[in-house]
Structures are given as C-alpha cells and as structure tokens.
Write a protein that binds this ligand. Structure first.
Ligand SMILES: NC(=O)c1ccc[n+]([C@@H]2O[C@H](COP(=O)([O-])OP(=O)(O)OC[C@H]3O[C@@H](n4cnc5c(N)ncnc54)[C@H](OP(=O)(O)O)[C@@H]3O)[C@@H](O)[C@H]2O)c1
Length: 501
C-alpha cells in the first residue's frame, strides 16, 4: 500500500542521478539492483540517466559488466534482457577523483551536456555512496562549481549513514551541508525505514481500530525491539571499531523504529506531519542519567563461538580490531517514553552481532487479565502478543488464548501468523527501491529530518560517554548465543522475559 501524499511531490521525476562511490559495495549490492527493479516496475522515468563516479580506470563496458554481475547476484528478480538493456543505456561511468576540487567544473559540463541528450530537465540527485569523511568535500565541490541549487530545477542530496560520529560532529557536518543545500533537499538514508514492514507499522496502528484503541500504557505491558544479526564484523573491523553498536544500530535504526511504534497519529500523511510526531517521541525519552543507565543498560562484545555449526572468531580476533578492544557489539536497554500514552510502559531494546538469529522484530506484549475466571495459577496465563516481523520473515504474528479442544478445560495460546499465508508479503521490494523512488518524487517521509538526527545523537551520546567511562569486562557473550547473561537479567528483574517467537 502506498501512502498517498501526492500534493507535495514532484510531478517531474526526470533527472540525472550522480552516484559518488559508483564502484563501491553499496552501489553494486543495493543501488543498481534497486534501480533495475524500479525499471522493471515501470517507476523510473523515461528521461533518466545515472552517472557513476569512481576513481578506478574502467571502460564503460567493464563497468557495465560489473553492474550486470552485481544485479545477477543481488537482485530480487532475475535478469531480463529487455530491462537490462534499458538500464545499461542509462548508465555512464565517469572517472574522477572527487577530492580534486578543480574537476567539478568539468563534471558540471559533462552533466549539462548529458541533460540535453537525456532531456532530464536539469534535475539532479547527488547520491553520496562514499565514506562519511568525504561528505563535506563533495558538497563543497558541488557548491564551488554551481551544481548544488539551480533555478527552475530540483537538486537533492542523498547521504548514507553514519551522519556524524556524535552530536558535535553531526552538527558541524549539518551546518556545512546546510550552507549549500536546504533541509528539504537533504535525504539522510536510514535504509530500515525503506523496509515494507516498517512502513506497515503505521498502517497497522492507524488503519485498525483493534490495535489503535489498545496502543497505550493502559493495555500494553511492554514493547520489545530486537534487531539481531548472525554476522560478525567481517572485513569491516576498522569501521566498526570507530562506530560500535550504538552508532551503527542504535542511534539510527533502533530509535527510528521506536519512534514509529510510539508516535501519536499524525494529522495527515504529509512528510513533515509524520516527522514532527516522530521527533516528539525522541524528545519524550527519559533522560539517560548515569544513575538510570547503571541499572538499565547492558553492553556486550562477542567472544568466539559457533554459528550454524561452524566455529567463528571472537570480536577481538577479527581483522583490524585491537586485541584489547572495548568496542561494544551488543547493547540491550530499558527506556521510557515519558508522555501520556507511554508513561510506565517500558521499551526494551536489544541489538547485536554474532547472535543466534538474524532477525528484526517488534513484540508488543499486552497486559494480562486478572486471574479470576481462568488462569488461577498465574504462570499459566500466556499474554496476548503482537509481533511485527520485519526480517527475514515479513508479516504479523498474533497470539491469543482459546479453549484447548483436545481437553475438557484447558486453555491454549493460539498463534496466527500472516507472514505464513499472505502471498502479498512474499517478494517485497528491497528497501532501497522504495527509498530511491521516494527521492525521485521528492517524498522525504522515510528519511531522517535534522531535528530527529540531533535528538537521536543527544540520547546516544550519553550512552556512548557512559560506556567509554566503564570497564566492561569484554568479551562477555559467546558468538551464537543471544547476548550477555545480564541482558536476560535486565528483564527478569522486572518479572519479564525476551520473547523469541
Ligand atoms: N556497503 C553497504 O552495504 C553499506 C550499507 C549502509 C551504509 N553504507 C555506507 O555507504 C557508504 C559507502 O560504503 P561502501 O561499502 O560502498 O564503500 P566502498 O565499497 O569502500 O566504496 C567507496 C567508494 O568511494 C569511492 N572513492 C573513494 N575515494 C574516492 C575518491 N577520492 N574519488 C573518487 N571516488 C572515491 C571508491 O571508488 P574507487 O573504488 O574507484 O576508488 C568507491 O566507489 C559509506 O558511507 C557506508 O557507511 C554502506
């Protein structure tokens, strides 16, 4: 289902998309397969071109062959020659070292010329699929060559995560970018928001009276958000050492998911109405004082262990990771959203690498009923659970109690799982397809607005500083487990448990 807020969207999607980092991993694994599938779904305009900027010496044929291989490997749909032929006509490889500011003028001329051939109307998407240290350099290059904002056309800047490494650096980066691009032209990617099921959170909440009427602290006992990965850091140890789980997952994906679960209904589906409600949730998160954190956060780092029956290294043995690393690969915490809807209902979040499962799920645990008629032994009452499955399965799981027909008076939890039987949930578009399409039509709803990023950093900075002041006794969980023992104790001391359904 598509959210309909057309009144604010571009009528003309024609554009040249310039991908800085055109030879990189992200472009090959995500962006090109996404564009391929958008062509397949007839969502790419007729007047469209892609200029892939890279440093490597490659002929156009070589570059196209790399892209074709990547699509064969990563696309959700098999290569169809007609679609591939359309895509390859659109792609142009442009060799350019983007740290060389004198080269931007030539790039501008190239793009202007291409405009006349493609008839893309002067519109531009500048996609920065590059390491964050280059964001500023490229934006400066675009400004110096007068490519950033042009009259009677639109230009949009797309920035990958991480946006800064703390509040201070994020602010400095944002100030620099804002000197060149206005906020409305900046698309900060959080690819989690492109996932179908994440968008479905709003539909489920605001499209079903049964859920919306119960969606508050009177009926919900607790909310659990778990984003777990079996993968370790692989070859990205150098990056991860600087980031850690709090920068890599919590500051962006986890807090974004939390805002969608907890936000008030927006007054309409316009992007700023939605983003304003999300921002209010971030502002309502109870302050993370050191006293609060002492009892409510658990950090972890994986040691060696077994994943799918095979031995794997501990984090400190990974490539480019120091043997005394204090970087966290796991975080679990309890937090409160202190507003009328949520005061008193805890949100438990956990995310980590090298865990037993790779999955993303939100569990809404409803309050139990008084044990007066049934469940006289309190332990027997299974709570109602609503599970929003984000990946790998996509769909909704709901647990409720019914009579056990095989016995005289037993009661059993019944489980309904839409991801099992709903074919609509099957071949879901990759997150990047939705995001790229939204960039072209000028819908920034699924991208983080600056005030959201700022609030998320304010909260995360406190966590990072707290972790950096502690000695953590890492490693403290085995690869292939579900994290440190203390993460289980965090809920057990509240009389609760993590649900793995
Ligand atoms: N990979 C992912 O799945 C993923 C997921 C989420 C976010 N991200 C983010 O996306 C961004 C890109 O990641 P990546 O994994 O694609 O990185 P990558 O594979 O290392 O690619 C980096 C790209 O930058 C180009 N580059 C570097 N210096 C250059 C220069 N001076 N002039 C021209 N081109 C230059 C490289 O070109 P040459 O190789 O031709 O030198 C290459 O195309 C990062 O911000 C990352 O955090 C990536």
């Amino acid at each position: 289902m598509r959210m309909d807020n057309n009144d604010q969207l571009s009528q003309d999607l024609s554009a040249i998309m310039v991908i800085f980092g055109g030879t990189g991993d992200l472009t090959h694994r995500k962006l090109m397969p996404a564009i391929y599938n958008l062509i397949r779904d007839q969502l790419i305009p007729e007047h469209f071109a892609i200029v892939a900027v890279g440093r490597r010496d490659k002929t156009e044929e070589e570059y196209l062959s790399d892209v074709r291989n990547a699509i064969t490997k990563y696309s959700r749909n098999k290569i169809d020659e007609a679609i591939w032929s359309r895509l390859q006509e659109m792609i142009h490889y442009y060799k350019f070292d983007f740290t060389d500011l004198s080269g931007y003028q030539e790039l501008k001329l190239y793009l202007d010329q291409l405009d006349t051939v493609v008839k893309s109307g002067g519109n531009r998407v500048y996609y920065l699929a590059v390491a964050p240290e280059y964001f500023e350099t490229i934006v400066q290059g675009l400004q110096a060559s007068d490519m950033a904002v042009k009259k009677d056309t639109w230009s949009r800047l797309v920035i990958e995560k991480p946006f800064g490494k703390d509040l201070k650096t994020a602010r400095a980066l944002n100030d620099k970018i804002n000197e060149v691009f206005p906020e409305k032209s900046i698309y900060r990617i959080d690819h989690y928001l492109g996932k179908e099921m994440i968008q479905n959170i709003m539909v489920l909440r605001f499209g079903n009276s049964i859920f919306e009427s119960l969606w508050n602290n009177r009926f919900i006992d607790n909310v659990q958000i778990s984003l777990s990965e079996k993968l370790g850091v692989g070859t990205r140890g150098g990056y991860f050492e600087q980031a850690g789980t709090m920068r890599d997952m919590l500051q962006n994906h986890i807090l974004q998911v939390l805002t969608l679960v907890a936000m008030e209904p927006p007054i309409n589906l316009k992007m700023d109405s939605i983003r304003t409600e999300k921002q209010k949730v971030l502002e309502a998160i109870e302050e993370f004082t050191p006293e609060f954190l002492k009892n409510n956060v658990v950090f972890g780092q994986y040691g060696k262990g077994m994943i799918d029956g095979a031995p794997v290294l501990g984090y400190r043995e990974e490539q480019n990771v120091p043997s005394s690393s204090e970087t966290e690969t796991f975080v679990a915490m309890k937090l409160h959203v202190n507003n009328f809807r949520w005061a008193g209902t805890p949100f438990y979040i956990r995310t980590g690498k090298r865990l037993a499962t790779s999955s993303a799920e939100i569990v809404i645990q409803f309050k139990s009923l008084p044990n007066i008629l049934y469940f006289k032994d309190q332990d027997l009452q299974e709570p109602n659970l609503l599970v929003l499955r984000i990946q790998p399965s996509v769909g909704v799981f709901f647990q409720f109690n019914t009579k056990d027909f095989s016995s005289h008076n037993g009661i059993v939890p019944t489980k309904m799982d839409t991801s099992y039987y709903n074919p609509m949930q099957g071949n879901t578009p990759e997150a990047y397809e939705r995001l790229i399409f939204d960039i072209l039509r000028g819908d920034a709803t699924l991208f983080s607005r600056w005030d959201e990023v700022e609030s998320a950093w304010t909260a995360t900075d406190r966590l990072i500083q707290y972790r950096e002041r502690r000695r953590n006794n890492f490693p403290n969980y085995d690869a292939g487990s579900m994290g440190p023992v203390k993460a289980f104790e965090l809920l057990a001391k509240d009389g609760r448990k993590w649900w793995n359904l």
